[in-house]
Design a protein around this ligand. Structure first.
Ligand code: DP6
Length: 384
């Protein structure tokens, strides 16, 4: 049997956003957040790990390139896994001394600005936990890699509890419902063409924490109420309520980014055009059928129920003409539906290629071990 462990892990997109830390080293957030985990068959990170007595150094290869193992976040994750393994006495002292090789890749373009660090760290930490036979909850270890990664440790809908302990032991993720609870929940990710370098999440939230008055109000009054309300909407499968809270929370997060000094601007004109389009679509539909949410970049994530997908895809194709029709809609297959004149008239077609492509996906499961032998490391423990 091979001593290599390989895991795939999902991306998650928050509906109640994490923005602001109370401890930067331990990555402890100012507020709770809630997300949906997305299907690994469409987007995932894949990581192979292996520990051997003859390895000379800890080594990591990311998307085919050797990277430094010195990053504090990486060190913290490996260090915490080993501490847990030692406490749980799950492996021998000798095994703990061994150096480790890690090889990881994403099946979606990192450059697209999609939540790649969340999937990457959830994958790394789950693989290491299996390698070192750690049994306790690993969400707080994934959190040390990237805050949002702790939510990718579970499938379905997930809550990250901010916690109150200074050492972060209660800052963990828990599953609200698994992926079978609301299988009709789909997502369309609209990748907006944009090359401008944005302020990283880490830096953006540091500036917000230091300067935004609105963030204080959000943390104290808005998020606690919204978190309870959206969890109830998820449990009751109340889409209009879920969608309204999702959109309001995305808008408030970007308002906080603008309220930072200097301000951080993540959404572009195209992003704002999408916001407007979705509101018009909901109005024309007579009820809230689609929600948008934006992370620290211009791409839109639309949450909608499966039955609505063909109509919304037709609308997107009508409004955003593409020069690459064959690769414009990727991921899950879905039909198209002829739009009513009322929906056709909500917007004129825009100039070509404002949206690069669309990823159609749905809510899915958490990290999974791959047992078919398709490791990223070869028998010598080096990238294949
Ligand atoms: C806007 O988890 O990338 O996507 O903890 O500094 O690594 P660090 O930040 P990160 O921030 C994600 C912010 C967000 C909102 C969210 O996912 O909740």
């Amino acid at each position: 049997m091979s001593d290599i462990i390989t895991v795939i892990a999902p991306v998650n997109i928050a509906v109640i956003k994490y923005w602001g830390k109370r401890d930067e080293d331990l990555i402890l957030p100012l507020n709770d957040s809630v997300s949906a985990t997305l299907d690994t068959s469409i987007m995932c990170a894949k990581t192979s790990v292996c520990a051997r007595a003859d390895f000379k150094e800890d080594a990591i290869w990311l998307n085919g390139k050797k990277e430094s193992f010195d990053s504090p976040r990486l060190q913290n994750c490996l260090g915490e896994i080993k501490l847990r393994a030692a406490a749980e006495k799950s492996v021998s002292e000798d095994f703990l001394q061994r150096k480790v090789h890690v090889c990881s890749e994403n099946n979606f373009p990192t450059a697209a600005g999609l939540a790649s660090s969340a999937a990457g760290y959830a994958c790394l930490v789950t693989a290491l936990a299996k390698l070192y036979k750690v049994k306790s909850d690993v969400s707080s270890i994934a959190r040390l890699g990237s805050g949002s990664a702790c939510r990718s440790v579970y499938g379905g809908f997930v809550r990250w509890h901010a916690g109150i302990n200074p050492n972060g032991t209660d800052s963990v993720a828990t599953q609200i419902v698994d992926s079978t609870h609301w299988p009709e929940m789909h997502a369309l990710i609209l990748v907006v063409g944009d090359t401008k370098k944005k302020t990283s999440s880490t830096v953006g939230m540091r500036i917000a924490t230091q300067t935004s008055e609105l963030l204080k109000h959000r943390v104290k009054y808005c998020v606690p109420e919204r978190t309870e309300e959206i969890i109830q909407a998820i449990r009751q499968k109340d889409f209009p309520k879920f969608a309204e809270i999702t959109m309001k929370d995305s808008n408030q997060f970007h308002a906080v980014a603008l309220d930072s000094y200097p301000p951080c601007v993540y959404m572009t004109d195209v992003s704002h055009f999408i916001v407007d389009l979705i509101h018009k679509y909901n109005t024309a539909s007579g009820s809230v059928k689609v929600a948008y949410t934006f992370d620290a970049g211009p791409n839109a994530c639309l949450y909608l129920l499966k039955d609505e997908v063909p109509k919304v895809i037709s609308l997107i194709k009508h409004v955003f003409p593409t020069s690459k029709p064959e690769s414009f809609i990727t991921g899950l297959s879905s039909g198209e539906e002829v739009l009513s004149p009322a929906l056709m008239s909500i917007s004129e077609p825009q100039v070509q290629d404002l949206i690069k492509y669309v990823i159609h996906t749905k809510v899915g499961e958490g990290p999974t071990e791959i047992t078919d032998g398709s490791h990223l490391l070869n028998e010598a423990g080096l990238p294949k």
